[in-house]
Structures are given as C-alpha cells and as structure tokens.
Design a protein around this ligand. Structure first.
Ligand SMILES: [Zn+2]
Length: 277
C-alpha cells in the first residue's frame, strides 16, 4: 500500500507534466472510483479544468485546478498514476481511468484491487475535508515537533504502532514506515502510545522523519504493485531494517527480528533494541 514516500514520489514526477495542462477528455471506466457519484458526472465536471499544481497531504494526492477545485486521489492498496501512459495499456484490464491532456498525452489511473478513490472538492472545501477526518500533521513539515507528537499521543492507551497507523498523530504513515520508525526510535510497537517517555517521543519523531526521508530518496518501496508515475520501481525495500525481515539479524545488534500483530497488521521489530515498556 502506498504510504507518504510512495505518494510523494508519484506527486513529484507528475507535477512538471501536469501543471498548466487542461483536461480535454476524462474517461472513468470503473464506477467504484467515484461512488457514490456516477462516473459520467465526475468526468463531465473535470473536463475543461486546468491543472494549477499537484500536491500531497498524507497519503492523498491532490490535483489542484485553477478554478480552485481539487481532485483528491487516494491510491489505497494498489492504485498508481502513470504519465505519460505506458505502451500496451489498451490491453490492460486494470486501467480504471484515462485522462487526455491538451498536449495530447494521457494520464492513466491503474488499480488492481480497486479500492482507490477520486473525490472532486469545490473551492474552499479542502481544509474542512481533512479536519473532518482528523488528519494529523505532515511529518516532514516544521510543525511536526516532539511537542506536537507528544500532544497527539497523550492519554491514548492504544499501542503506539496503532496510533501511527490511524493518521491522527501524523499523516501518511502506514505499515512499512511505522515499523521502520519504531525501530529507529528503539520503541516497542505495542507500547501504549500515551505512556512513552519524553525522550522516546523525541526519538520517535526523529525516527519517523528518518524513515520517510529515506523512503523518498529511494523513490518508495516496490513490493508488488507500486510504481512511480514514470513506471519505475522504488528501492526502499532494499533498506528495510525490520519490515518483512522475521528471523534475520537486527542491523544494530544482531538479534533475530521478531514478528507480531498490531491492529491486525503484521508487525516486525527487534526484541532486544525495542524492549516492552
Ligand atoms: Zn536490535
């Protein structure tokens, strides 16, 4: 599932080719993408819009239009956005939408599992949309401080990993980067979120940023479906310290990496470096 580094990789490679372009034809092939709205209604609204920029908030890709509207794309499990369109896409049954731009190029939205969503917001609706979903701070922005993370975790009794996954403490972290961040911070994934000491919260804040920045530098992690907008694979999977490494030695202490489950998700950690509270 694409997390902040994967979405950011897609965003940065889409932006130069999309900015300033007008949408001349919008073909939405899968009604699940826009429901409850019918795809014809959404494509009619999008046609003629000119792209002002491509942004990201958490795991949302945001296409900003000159009209002030925003198209929010959430890739969920297996969504990808490709531009320019790859060869052979006519035979690709996983293509859910094709957008023709005024330079003649196509943007292709591909999604194997079909959980991705497109939502068109009217001018002024964006901030309220994220507030209503209690989306936390952007972890790579200046406002994401130890104090802000401590405030977001205070009083919460759920495991710290579950708190990272629910997007309120910080936006954009999923299963991979949560495990990697907790390893950097030497914090056990099952530690109650509100019980972390001040120095552990500081280490977690730094660990989150370290894991996400490395993910962006490696252009994301390609485990199965994820590709950058130009079709390229990421290489973050070669940098994992714990994720998916059960039984392999910890890169810090040599202890075999252990696996457990937190919030229903496979969770990897070093039982020596990350002691339970
Ligand atoms: Zn270790």
């Amino acid at each position: 599932m694409p997390e902040l580094p994967e979405v950011e990789t897609i965003r940065s490679s889409l932006e130069p080719g999309l900015t300033g372009r007008r949408l001349v034809r919008v073909e939405i092939r899968d009604p699940r993408l826009t429901r409850p709205l019918p795809p014809e209604a959404v494509s009619a609204e999008l046609t003629g819009e000119r792209v002002a920029g491509v942004r990201r908030r958490g795991k949302y890709l945001i296409v900003e239009f000159e009209s002030g509207r925003h198209l929010l794309v959430h890739l969920r499990m297996t969504g990808t956005v490709l531009h320019p369109a790859p060869e052979g896409r006519e035979d690709d049954t996983h293509v859910r939408a094709v957008v023709r731009l005024d330079d003649g190029s196509d943007v292709v939205y591909r999604d194997v599992r079909r959980f991705g969503t497109w939502e068109l917001l009217e001018p002024g609706e964006l901030e309220g949309y994220f507030e209503a979903r209690r989306l936390g701070r952007e972890p790579l922005e200046r406002g994401f401080t130890t104090a802000s993370l401590a405030a977001a975790l205070a009083g919460r009794r759920l495991p710290v990993k579950a708190a990272l996954l629910d997007q309120r403490a910080a936006a954009g972290i999923g299963n991979i980067y949560a495990d990697e961040a907790l390893w950097y911070a030497r914090v056990h994934p099952l530690a109650p979120a509100g019980a972390l000491a001040a120095d552990e919260v500081a280490a977690l804040r730094d660990g989150i940023r370290k894991a996400l920045r490395l993910g962006i530098r490696r252009q994301g992690a390609t485990l199965r479906d994820y590709r950058g907008a130009d079709g390229s694979r990421g290489s973050m999977q070669d940098e994992f310290h714990v994720y998916g490494r059960e039984g392999e030695p910890c890169n810090r202490c040599g202890t075999p990496i252990a696996k457990t489950r937190v919030a229903g998700r496979g969770t990897w950690y070093c039982p020596a470096c990350q002691q339970p509270v």
